[in-house]
Design a protein around this ligand. Structure first.
Ligand SMILES: Nc1ncnc2c1ncn2[C@@H]1O[C@H](COP(=O)(O)OP(=O)(O)O)[C@@H](O)[C@H]1O
Ligand SMILES: Cc1ncc(COP(=O)(O)O)c(N)n1
Length: 267
């Protein structure tokens, strides 16, 4: 039996809906062995982020190194990286181990508004990590910060995707969850020459905590199996759609999605 292995480098969400917890659940559901390097511990629930406790860059490097020298990594994803120091360390590790199937989810701000990336770390993200990304998965506000383009229309989104590709990411997905006009959510994918669109019915719900993490983790899981990025994004879109459609209704605020819905109910 071939065991596919994926590594997430991200923050811990004590509430279990986003971050490392969402990533590992998603890897497991998609039949991939999940491993983790924690960058920061957050005290968090569906109401918001109550505390952020970053780890040192050295502690992050040590976790990645332990996984690399023994288990091996078929694909990896990054989420909350918090500081420029951690970003540079992660970039060095990715280069050192020659990992190509890297999904960068440029997490900046939690849905409730708490910062998960220091402002001064955005430059490091652009310079050190973005050029190593096989797939980058910003939401609209993150794509705006990375490119400086104000995104109002699909044309603006395509322009931002072209720029992110020029900045070094091989495949660019600009997710459409924040574009709440209309009946559909559309995720845009750019491969450097063509655009593809992944559409689904927009679900009217406040239970979307962790959708971005879940989406990027599903892309990484499918890449770990050797699938093409376009197919990986297609599966990720279906996975997240099922997870939002069958949400669990737990917590008093923005609840988590249902990570077992795709397996239990299909798309
Ligand atoms: N209300 C919704 N209905 C259906 N899909 C959604 C909804 N909100 C987000 N999504 C999907 O969830 C994923 C994450 O989207 P987005 O909200 O843009 O990112 P983030 O969680 O990083 O802010 C995307 O695939 C997007 O299409
Ligand atoms: C530790 C951690 N990482 C990432 C997110 C972003 O979550 P979302 O997917 O809802 O944008 C979060 N809230 N907490």
């Amino acid at each position: 039996m071939t065991v596919y292995k994926a590594l997430t480098i991200a923050g811990s969400d004590s509430g279990g809906g986003a971050g490392i917890q969402a990533d590992l659940k998603t890897f497991q559901e998609l039949g991939v062995f999940g491993m983790s390097a924690i960058t920061a511990v957050t005290a968090q629930n569906t109401l918001g982020v109550q505390g952020v406790y970053p780890l040192s860059a050295e502690a992050v490097a040590a976790q990645i190194e332990s996984v690399a020298v023994d288990l091996g990594v078929d694909a990896l994803k990054t989420g909350m990286l918090f500081s420029a120091d951690i970003i540079r360390t992660v970039a060095e590790q990715v280069k050192k181990h020659g990992w190509e199937r890297l999904v960068v989810d440029p997490v900046m701000i939690a849905k409730g508004g708490a910062p998960l990336l220091q402002e001064e770390a955005v430059a490091a993200l652009k310079e050190a990590l973005l050029p190593l990304a096989f797939v980058i998965t910003p939401n609209i506000p993150e794509a705006e910060v990375l490119t400086g383009i104000a995104i109002r229309t699909m044309d603006d989104r395509r322009e931002a995707a072209r720029l992110l590709h020029r900045m070094g990411a091989r495949y660019v997905v600009i997710k459409g969850g924040h574009d709440d006009d209309g009946e559909e959510t559309v995720d845009l994918l750019y491969n450097g020459s063509e655009f593809s669109y992944f559409k689904s019915k927009r679900i009217d719900t406040r239970h979307t905590h962790g959708t971005g993490c879940t989406f990027a983790a599903a892309v990484a899981a499918e890449l770990a199996k050797g699938r093409h990025p376009v197919d990986a994004v297609g599966t990720a879109k279906s996975f997240v759609q099922a997870a939002i459609s069958h949400s669990l209704g737990i917590g008093q605020g923005h609840g988590p999605t249902n990570h077992w819905a795709y397996r239990q109910y299909g798309e």
